[in-house]
Write a protein that binds this ligand. Structure first.
Ligand code: ZN
Length: 340
């Protein structure tokens, strides 16, 4: 069972359209324990590096029911043996009754999860698949999300597929092969066409300067007035806040990328990873880690699938702030920086 989990986890991790960097997690429940991906570990490394941690299932369920952050910190302390600590989503996996669970930041699911009409689209697509599904309005990941899912399960029964608004997808099944097939089926049922961009510019040397370089994936998005507005208005997902410092920042006329980023950093205390010059192109910070680059690419993949004229939902400043200040996310950022 654990070798199956490692194999499927690594396979998901190698597909940038299913997960990126240390994002997403998988688990299986065996003999009263939840075996779950460790926080900061990459799914793609699941077969070659220590990736999973065992946590007593009943303790996690208890913590999720009473919302006890202190008790969760004790349970989630790094295991002495290998220093790994369970994913912040361990409580979410625990309260889902299925034996095998996958949570992924899969691109098409994420597109659906950021659209104003995402719930209606999702419900229709899942009815077509014949699975029990539920749309979960945005709530902070970890304990608040687990408590909300537990409340919904108690009221309406359990679901096999959960779309987490502004976050991603959760699927559950009894067997690992089944749950992986379900993830693929859901992604395929939610497929959004990729836009074709005509933009051909190769760079903006006069704007790149020291700390930023041209980003060919984001450039055409910055050149599309509607997409540029949708993507820069607010961060779309928690990982974008945690790893990219929020939404791409906008360059003012006459500013270089460095100057725009410095201005935003002075105003907010956060270093933006991406800078857009509206109508001209986009740049990313030269010093980004591999994990941050994966997040940059994921944002471009999501943006390129946003339907023309669609209303896009972003995280509010308060929702972004609670992620930046969260100890569990500081741990993930530190783990990412340590991989450089
Ligand atoms: Zn997630």
């Amino acid at each position: 069972m654990l070798s199956d989990l490692a194999r499927v986890t690594a396979e998901i991790g190698r597909d940038a359209l299913l997960t990126q960097g240390a994002g997403g997690n998988t688990s299986v429940k065996i003999a009263g324990e939840l075996w779950i991906k460790a926080s900061g570990a990459w799914m793609r490394d699941a077969e070659t590096q220590p990736t999973f941690v065992a946590v007593p299932l009943d303790e996690l369920v208890e913590v999720a029911r009473n919302g006890d952050e202190g008790a969760l910190r004790v349970i989630s302390a790094p295991a002495a043996a290998n220093g790994l600590r369970p994913s912040v989503e361990a409580v979410v996996h625990a309260i889902i009754p299925h034996r095998a669970v996958i949570h992924a930041h899969a691109i098409n699911s994420t597109v659906c999860a950021v659209l104003g009409d995402g719930e209606a689209r999702f419900t229709a697509a899942m009815a077509g698949l014949g699975v029990r599904s539920r749309y979960v309005p945005y709530i902070k990941p970890g304990l608040p999300l687990a408590a909300e899912i537990a409340r919904m399960n108690a009221r309406d029964g359990t679901a096999e597929v959960l779309l987490l608004q502004n976050h991603g997808i959760v699927v559950g099944a009894d067997e690992i092969a089944q749950v992986y097939a379900l993830l693929r089926a859901v992604e395929s049922a939610l497929t959004f066409p990729v836009r074709r961009f005509s933009h051909a510019r190769e760079g903006l040397p006069e704007l790149e300067r020291r700390a930023f370089e041209w980003d060919a994936r984001h450039a055409p998005i910055a050149c599309d007035a509607g997409l540029c507005l949708a993507v820069t208005a607010a961060p779309l997902t928690p990982d974008q806040v945690v790893f990219l410092g929020g939404a791409p920042c906008l360059m003012a006329d006459g500013e270089s990328a460095d100057e725009a980023a410095d201005r935003v950093c002075r105003e907010t205390g956060i270093e933006p990873a991406l800078v857009y010059a509206p109508g001209r192109g986009a740049m990313r910070r030269v010093s980004l880690s591999e994990g941050q680059r994966a997040q940059c690419a994921a944002l471009a993949e999501v943006a390129a699938r946003l339907p023309n004229g669609a209303r896009v939902l972003g995280l509010t400043p308060a929702q972004a702030r609670e992620l930046i200040d969260w100890e569990a996310e500081k741990y993930r950022r530190a783990a990412d920086a340590a991989r450089r």
